[in-house]
Design a protein around this ligand. Structure first.
Ligand SMILES: Nc1ncnc2c1ncn2[C@@H]1O[C@H](COP(=O)(O)OP(=O)(O)OP(=O)(O)O)[C@@H](O)[C@H]1O
Ligand SMILES: [Mg+2]
Length: 368
């Protein structure tokens, strides 16, 4: 397809409209003067002939000159109109084409990796809106790229620690410095389990991102699930000197969810609560039904969450206290998984906390 710029097209269009308008006006005027004014001039000349002599020569001369002047004016006006149309066309076309050209250049730069590229927005019309949408798109691309880079850095960081521990211990055994005693093998196994959990968590998150998380939706009795999970984790809590209480009266309506995923959500919340509650404290699991919703709450009497950490709690790899969480094995994926699972099941999760007064995590499900 032959390439013709927008500016040229617009200018040619304007000029064509001006030429057509002038031609039409001239045609109509010349037809009108030919028939009506022409008949009048003929009539005047006829009268001159009747009067004879000098009168014959004089009559109709001025009218003839008038006709010539009209024709000349028409040509002049036509010329000026075409010139004005071309000038205006060029001006408007430049105004429209310039931001579009800037957008094209910026889009090429972004495609080449310069994600900080933006275009200036000077108008509030459609072209201005296009510029604003373009900038918003560039902003989102840059944000996603930063998230992707951080994610890869975080994954590498999280994998490196257990891997280097494993490597060190295995090399010590190979060199005969350490013996493969059952205790040593158990510790190696623990590191491998940590790695396996991290990989499983990452897989869950990436499947949820891709919308490919397999959910087995069926009516679930949340109170019964809470009972089972609390029962299974009670000895772990009591081993840490934390009392685990359950308030899940039977009779709450069933919710449409994947029972295994509800267990996973509650296990993540409970393991956090138990981990962050000092000995002598308590963790409360409550199930309640209200306004067509079933709420599953996990509240603890730990130190709570500092206000500056609250907005980041459900982000991947986010740990409020990095050093302590790393030492206790947390990788900062638990709550991100809780949120993804809850959203995949059509529910949501919220957190409330006042520093020093514990944290309360609430999962809401719609009842079936
Ligand atoms: N009940 C709680 N009280 C205080 N802080 C909490 C509580 N639950 C979570 N946090 C904070 O939020 C951070 C993120 O929690 P999350 O469950 O996502 O990760 P993690 O427990 O550190 O690791 P993972 O769950 O992957 O083993 C924790 O590191 C901790 O700082
Ligand atoms: Mg956790």
């Amino acid at each position: 397809m032959p390439r013709m710029g927008l500016a040229v097209k617009l200018t040619l269009g304007f000029a064509a409209v001006a030429v057509a308008a002038v031609a039409l006006t001239s045609l109509l005027i010349s037809r009108a003067t030919d028939s009506a004014f022409g008949a009048y001039v003929t009539h005047i000349r006829g009268m001159g002939t009747m009067m004879g002599g000098m009168m014959q020569d004089m009559m109709g001369v001025q009218e003839g000159e008038f006709l010539t002047t009209v024709n000349q004016s028409l040509w002049l006006a036509g010329g000026i109109a075409v010139l004005a149309a071309v000038g205006l066309g060029l001006l408007l076309a430049r105004q429209m084409a310039l931001p579009l050209r800037r957008l094209t250049v910026a889009a090429r730069r972004i495609a080449g990796g310069a994600l900080d590229e933006r275009v200036p927005v000077a108008t509030r019309d459609e072209i201005g809106e296009l510029g604003m949408s373009f900038n918003a798109m560039a902003e989102a691309l840059a944000r996603n790229e930063t998230l992707r880079r951080n994610m890869i850095a975080d994954i590498a960081h999280e994998l490196r620690t257990p891997l280097s521990v494993l490597q060190g211990k295995l090399e010590a055994i190979q060199d005969g410095v350490a013996q493969p005693t059952p205790r040593e093998v158990a510790s190696l196994h623990e590191e491998v389990m940590l790695l396996a959990r991290l990989v499983a968590d990452l897989r869950t998150l990436s499947l949820a991102d891709a919308g490919q998380l397999e959910l087995r939706r069926e009516p679930v009795d949340v109170a019964a699930v809470a009972q089972r999970v609390a029962q299974a984790m009670r000895s772990h809590a009591e081993g840490k000197g934390v009392a685990l209480a359950l308030d899940a009266p039977p009779g709450a309506p069933s919710v449409s969810a994947d029972p295994d995923r509800v267990v996973q959500v509650l296990e993540n919340l409970l393991s956090n609560a138990i981990r962050h509650t000092p000995a002598g404290g308590r963790v409360d699991v409550r199930v309640s039904a209200r306004d067509g919703q079933v709420r599953l709450t996990v509240a603890d009497s730990g130190p709570g969450i500092p206000p500056e950490d609250m907005p980041h709690m459900f982000e991947r790899f986010y740990r409020a206290d990095r050093s302590r969480s790393r030492a206790s094995g947390g990788s900062g994926l638990g709550l991100a998984i809780v949120r993804q699972l809850m959203e995949a099941m059509g529910g949501r999760v919220e957190v409330e906390s006042q520093p020093g007064r514990g944290a309360v995590f609430t999962c809401s499900f719609s009842s079936c």
